[in-house]
Design a protein around this ligand. Sequence first.
Ligand code: NI
Length: 169
Amino acid sequence: MALLPILCYPDPKLHTVAKPIDAVDERMKTLVADMLETMYDAKGIGLAATQVDVHERLIVIDVSEERDQPMVLINPELVWTSPTTHLNEEGCLSVPGIYDGVERFDAVHCKAQDLSGQARTIEADGLLAVCIQHEMDHLLGKVFVEYLSPLKRNRIKTKMIKARREDAR
Ligand code: NI
């Protein structure tokens, strides 16, 4: 297993649209293991393949308190969304230190394959529903700060670029 470097906003690669996965092979299993290790190491609750510069429809999630319930979603599709939404305070491993409100569906049903290639539908609400929506956005090349006002987004962009410059010193 290996820790993977996480792309940081405003890296343009974060705006790549991911391709569907045809086969759950050994390469995919290694990628999933590495993504889970990377997510746990970074203390995140979700990670999309896009964030580690792999542009395929794969996300890993663990919203459990004990950090022992990994979920693997391959080719996830929302098959149902609740009529109601709420504003949720979000952060992202690709935008470290930034938290802001995003409007999300209260509940979603998400159809996805697991590592055995088996398709199933996850009925999610609460934090899991938010996390699925946030990670699925990554697969479409969308980072949560794009829901914010252009003013806020530009401020975040400047802050990220400055932080990276300081890191490089
Ligand atoms: Ni994110």
